[in-house]
Structures are given as structure tokens and as C-alpha cells.
Design a protein around this ligand. Structure first.
Ligand code: ADP
Ligand code: MG
Ligand code: MG
Length: 200
């Protein structure tokens, strides 16, 4: 994973724009099965990272990821903040500065496991993990970026059929079925944006 300052900065700009563009939709998804704030939470998070992007981009990739995670924990709030924060902080902490693609995917697996522990969640619980697992699996198979992006977006859509077992949506029980999970949706948008950058 040879990402220089320009790449890190560009990815931050793109991710922030994507979340901004879909903020309202993420809010609507969360209104259906939660408290409606996922769009504002994510916009706040990405805006905070955007504000710090020059300092972050100057860091080596592992330290940059760890810093992004910390900023996300402090700014997103809600349930999603600590989960996205754990993902990025664990990824940054576990990544060697000269890690190749295979090492990156292995570290990502560990970071996703940390998110699962933190949320006490697993596959099929209708959370952002239902996007993270298939994305990591597709990366492990060395799928093309376009393919991984499609996989992320379809994984988010597939949460519609699931019944939530974690987070606020779990209180709805069977009534949570029929709605896409907001965290899965934001996660897929971010994954697809990152893939789009590498596809160019
Ligand atoms: P809150 O629910 O506190 O308002 P957000 O709306 O920002 O926080 O985030 C909700 C999203 O967080 C959910 O859609 C789901 O994807 C994710 N989530 C919530 N609780 C958990 C959990 N225990 N484990 C994994 N993901 C979770
Ligand atoms: Mg919410
Ligand atoms: Mg909330």
C-alpha cells in the first residue's frame, strides 16, 4: 500500500464529498430504524477529518489512519463513532509502514474483528459489519476495485432483508426488516469511493 500525502489528502476530500452528498439519505435511512442522525453524525466526522487533512496527509499511512480513527471517534458520536474509530485506529496500529497489499488485507481482518468485539456484533446483525466482511473477503480474493465497490454496495442493500440484532434498530425487532441499515450504507459509500480512487 504505497500511498503518499497526495493520495491520502485526495481520499479524504473524496470521502467527505461522498458523505456530504448522501447525508440526507443516510439520515432518512436512520429515521426509519433509528434516531435519524446518522447523516449528520457522519458529515460531522468527515468534516472534522477534512479540516485536519493537511496534517493527517503528512503522516505515514499507519499514523494517518490512526489519527483519522481518533478524529472520527471524537466527532461522529453515537454508536457509529467508536466503531468507525476502532476500525481505523486498529488498522493504523496494526499496519507496518512498508506493508504490501496482502499485509494490508490481513490487518484489515484484525481491525474488523476489533469492531465486532466492540459492538458485540457479527455477520447478519444488520450493521456496518455486513459490508466490512464481504469487502475484506473480496480484497482477499484480489478482486478488481470496481468489483469490490459493487460488492460493498450490494452488501449494504442486502441488509434490507435482515433483522437488526444490535444498535437502536434492534429495539424494532421484526419491524427493522425492509430497511437498509444506515451504517452499512455509509460504510459501502466510503468503500466504493476508496475503490473508485484505486480504479483510476
Ligand atoms: P446511533 O445509533 O447512536 O444514533 P448512528 O446513527 O450514527 O448512531 O449509527 C448507527 C449505525 O451504527 C447502525 O446503522 C449500525 O450500522 C451501527 N451500529 C450500531 N450499533 C452497533 C453495534 N453494536 N455493532 C455494530 N454496529 C453497530
Ligand atoms: Mg442514529
Ligand atoms: Mg444517535
Amino acid at each position: 500500500m504505497q500511498l503518499d500525502a497526495e493520495d491520502i489528502s485526495a481520499l479524504i476530500v473524496l470521502c467527505r464529498a461522498e458523505i456530504d452528498r448522501h447525508g440526507e439519505h443516510l439520515g432518512l435511512l436512520d429515521s426509519a430504524i433509528g434516531d435519524g442522525d446518522h447523516g449528520t453524525n457522519m458529515r460531522r466526522g468527515l468534516n472534522a477529518v477534512f479540516t485536519e487533512r493537511e496534517t493527517i496527509a503528512a503522516l505515514p499511512l499507519p499514523a494517518a489512519l490512526e489519527r483519522i480513527g481518533l478524529v472520527l471517534v471524537m466527532s461522529i458520536g453515537g454508536a457509529a463513532g467508536p466503531l468507525y474509530g476502532t476500525l481505523l485506529m486498529e488498522l493504523g496500529r496494526g499496519l507496518a509502514p512498508d506493508a504490501n497489499a496482502a499485509a494490508f488485507v490481513a490487518t484489515l481482518e484484525q481491525a474488523i474483528a476489533a469492531v465486532a468485539r466492540r459492538g458485540r456484533a457479527g455477520p447478519g446483525d444488520k450493521t456496518l459489519l455486513d459490508v466490512l466482511y464481504p469487502v475484506q473477503a473480496a480484497m482477499l480474493e484480489r478482486s478488481a476495485p470496481e468489483r469490490i465497490a459493487d460488492c460493498a454496495l450490494s452488501a449494504a442493500r442486502s441488509t434490507e432483508a435482515m433483522q437488526a440484532r444490535r444498535g437502536r434498530a434492534a429495539f424494532l425487532g421484526a419491524r427493522s426488516v425492509g430497511h437498509e441499515d444506515p451504517g452499512a450504507s455509509s460504510c459501502a459509500l466510503l468503500a466504493a469511493t476508496i475503490c473508485g480512487y484505486f480504479a483510476e
